[in-house]
Design a protein around this ligand. Structure first.
Ligand code: 13P
Length: 255
């Protein structure tokens, strides 16, 4: 298996942006621009936008994702959302372990692992984010950090379930900073993630996993990043909020 056989996934991570009416307007703008995409197109939106978003993309090739999910099906977890709730409203993908959740909301590899298993069990597709801090890169421990995250985040996840997993490599220093990893830096870590998966599972499993790059990816740098052998897509923040920019990235992944 090689890059050509993996599914490219371009996903917008809208973060805490867009009200339901704004979400509808943006998706209506994006839909005609990406209708001929030769890759999976996903918009991961705030919880309250989901119902409107699912309705807005009916009859299009855009899939809707959430930005987190809890590991329990129900219970006393104020402020949390379960996989069952997300499924019922038409969600297909769920972003997990984003660095903003790790940095600001106490997310750990242990909780990312629990969420990942719950999302897979529900038949949803997790987009599991990993990435090093600038300090960690400067200390030359990027590979240790990434290997640790992959081992812990996927602990007890079966080879069969790995077929439904997307991994996003998002160097924390490149998120929202305008500082993109070079295509070579992105490839180096994405290839390392694949090697790690090959050791944990098998080459066949590793070759089948879609690995995205995320961090200031935009219409100008997407083509070069996506041309790399182990970069199978993108998780896009800021540029996913501008229809033409997001569509240009989708186009870059569709060649
Ligand atoms: P930016 O594209 O705004 O840097 O955000 C990347 C990101 O965090 C996507 O999850």
């Amino acid at each position: 298996m090689n890059k050509a056989l993996r599914k490219a996934v371009i996903a917008g991570n809208w973060k805490m942006n867009k009200t339901p009416s704004e979400a509808k307007a943006l998706l209506n703008e994006i839909a005609p621009l990406v209708k001929d995409a030769d890759c999976e197109v996903v918009a991961c939106v705030p919880y309250v936008d989901i119902t409107t978003a699912v309705e807005a993309v009916k009859g299009t090739n855009i899939k809707i994702g959430a930005e987190n999910a809890h590991w329990e099906e129900k219970g006393a977890f104020t402020g949390e959302i379960s996989t069952g709730m997300l499924k019922e409203v038409g969600v297909e993908y769920v972003v997990l372990g984003h660095s903003e959740r790790r940095q600001y909301f106490g997310e750990t590899d242990e909780t990312v692992n629990k969420r990942t298993k719950a999302v897979l069990k529900a038949g949803l597709k997790p987009i599991v984010c990993v990435g090093e801090l600038l300090w960690e890169r400067e200390c030359n421990i990027t590979e240790e950090v990434i290997a640790r995250q992959i081992k812990l985040d996927f602990f007890d996840v079966t080879a069969e379930d790995m077929k439904n997993v997307v991994i996003a490599y998002e160097p924390v220093w490149a998120i929202g900073t305008g500082k993109t990893a070079t295509a070579d830096q992105a490839e180096e870590v994405c290839a390392f993630i694949r090697e790690t998966l090959a050791k944990l599972y098998s080459k066949e499993v590793a070759d089948g996993v879609t690995i995205q790059y995320g961090g200031s990816m935009n219409d100008a740098n997407a083509a070069e990043l996506l041309s790399k052998e182990d970069v199978d897509g993108g998780l896009i923040g800021g540029a996913s909020l501008v229809a033409e920019k997001f569509a240009a990235i989708v186009k870059a992944a569709s060649v």
